[in-house]
Design a protein around this ligand. Structure first.
Ligand SMILES: *Cc1c(COP(=O)(O)O)cnc(C)c1O
Length: 475
């Protein structure tokens, strides 16, 4: 494909994406096909001779798109959003076209420097503590996901807790990680990969009302482990848990971590984006205690997957934990100590130019544009919650500080599960569920930039109508 052929085919692909977005609201949000439908429709292998891009686009339309869950659909209210945007896609396209490998500063100086500066911008945008800025001892890096950020934080914590012994000899003592019972599954996975095992993770009790970690329970768990000769290495606190967006009390947790010298990692994968709005920064109180922090611009900040922003307060510790320098990567810039080599801040060696999509997003929307996006989500979720609150067939399952609303039918678990299945079967909206205090609970999260008031009102109309049929069928 020469540059002229690329230009022509590229325009066709951009047109395809623009048409997809423009007509997305008319599609069913999820596919109703059984497993294996796409696999059965595909040929046994590639054609012997090449085909034009138009042939691929035709199959995208006929075979692939109908079998997707449409995450950018205005009626997508499931999980957490994984939103994207025009500027993000264009920035990613440039990154793909450049094909730069940014493992070392020397292998793409601008790739590293843009990322460092943008993570400082982002730290300013969220008003994160000064200690995370690259102008001091800290700094930020883009990871593929919050899961990777937690793994890397765990490795940094093990290095601190075990010193050279961990780095050279691996796990030789009983290291422990702590999170609440509401902590994300990626914390246990990181513990397994890092060699602590699932048993190395202490699931700390939460307050039954707020579902936030109980600091006294954390202290008791750390004390018990110390008494048993174990080594508390890392506490992972959450701002905005996945199930209900509970916010762990960082000021108290931070005090405890400081007292026992334990690494505090703060996982704000979804809710971190809220901190672009000054009125939502209460959720980040106490963050000055954290040794590391991450959030996913790829969830709620209009930047396509993958883009997790991860900061450490002391980059030296992280680099010491992860650096391995073979002869073939040696270069004058690295030896000088004057540059950042991001390969030492992550698990893989190679890395693509992800800062570009973030740069396109920050420049296109500006600070006020990003705030408007978050505020719209919070307001629309509030509007939906008001409808739920005003209807006595429903129970609002706790506060909704961000853009997630948790609710259930007062009639019980079976009715609530049936409600979800009927609402999703309409194909107009997609909601997911969780359990809160053991009770089956529906989750509605607003996050797609295409979602407007009319979509949220339609979601409520569908929920309300389906509740009527569920309750009358029940009896
Ligand atoms: C979504 C989520 C994660 C995992 O995010 P990835 O970036 O997909 O790894 C981790 N923690 C919390 C609280 C989340 O909501």
């Amino acid at each position: 494909m020469d540059p002229e052929e690329f230009r022509r085919a590229g325009h066709a692909v951009v047109d395809w994406i623009a048409d997809y977005w423009a007509t997305l609201g008319q599609r069913p949000v999820t596919s109703q096909d059984p497993p294996g439908a796409l696999a059965a429709a595909l040929p046994a292998g590639p054609t012997a001779d090449g085909e034009p891009v138009e042939a691929v686009l035709a199959d995208l339309d006929a075979l692939v798109a109908p079998r997707l869950t449409h995450w950018q659909h205005p009626g997508f209210f499931g999980y957490f959003p994984a939103n994207t945007s025009g500027p993000s896609v264009l920035g990613d396209l440039v990154s793909a076209g450049l094909g730069v490998q940014g493992m070392l500063w020397a292998t793409g100086p601008a790739c590293t420097e843009l990322e460092t500066v943008l993570l400082d911008w982002l730290a300013g945008l969220l008003d994160l503590p000064e200690r995370f800025r690259s102008t001091g001892r800290g700094g930020g890096v883009i990871q593929d996901s919050a899961s990777s950020a937690t793994l890397v934080a765990t490795l940094g914590a093990l290095h601190r807790a075990g010193g050279g012994r961990w780095r050279e000899a691996g796990i030789d003592r009983r290291y422990r990680a702590y999170t609440s019972t509401q902590g994300h599954s990626s914390i246990e996975k990181a513990a397994r990969i890092a060699g602590l095992g699932s048993d190395g993770v202490r699931m700390v009790e939460v307050d039954p009302e707020t579902l936030a970690m109980r600091p006294e329970a954390l202290r008791e768990a750390i004390r018990a482990d110390l008494a048993a000769g174990d080594v508390p290495a890392i506490v992972v606190a959450t701002i905005g848990t996945t199930s209900t967006t509970a916010v762990d009390p960082l000021p108290e947790i931070g005090e405890i971590c400081a007292e026992y010298g334990v690494w505090l990692h703060v996982d704000a994968a979804y809710a971190g984006a809220a901190a672009v709005c000054p009125e939502l920064r209460w959720s980040h109180a106490g963050l000055e205690y954290a040794d590391s922090y991450c959030f996913d611009p790829h969830k709620w900040l209009l930047t396509g997957f993958d883009c997790d922003a991860f900061w450490v307060a002391d980059r030296g510790e992280l680099i010491e934990a992860l650096t391995v320098l073979p002869e073939y990567l040696r270069n004058a810039a690295t030896e000088s100590g004057a540059v950042i080599d991001y390969r030492d801040w992550q698990v893989p060696l190679g890395r693509r130019f992800r800062a570009l999509k973030l740069w396109f997003v920050l420049r296109w929307y500006g600070v006020e544009g990003l705030r408007a996006h978050v505020r719209a989500g919070v307001a629309l979720a509030g509007r939906f919650a008001d409808r739920v609150r005003a209807d006595d067939r429903f129970v609002l399952a706790g506060p909704h500080p961000f853009s997630l609303v948790c609710f259930r039918l007062a009639a019980g678990d079976e009715a609530s599960a049936e409600l979800l299945s009927r609402v999703n079967a309409t194909g107009r909206v997609f909601l997911t569920h969780t359990r809160v205090g053991g009770r089956y609970t529906l989750r509605l999260v607003v996050g797609s930039p295409l979602t407007t008031q009319s979509h949220v009102d339609e979601a409520w109309a569908l929920v309300s109508e389906a509740a009527g049929t569920v309750l009358s069928d029940a009896g």
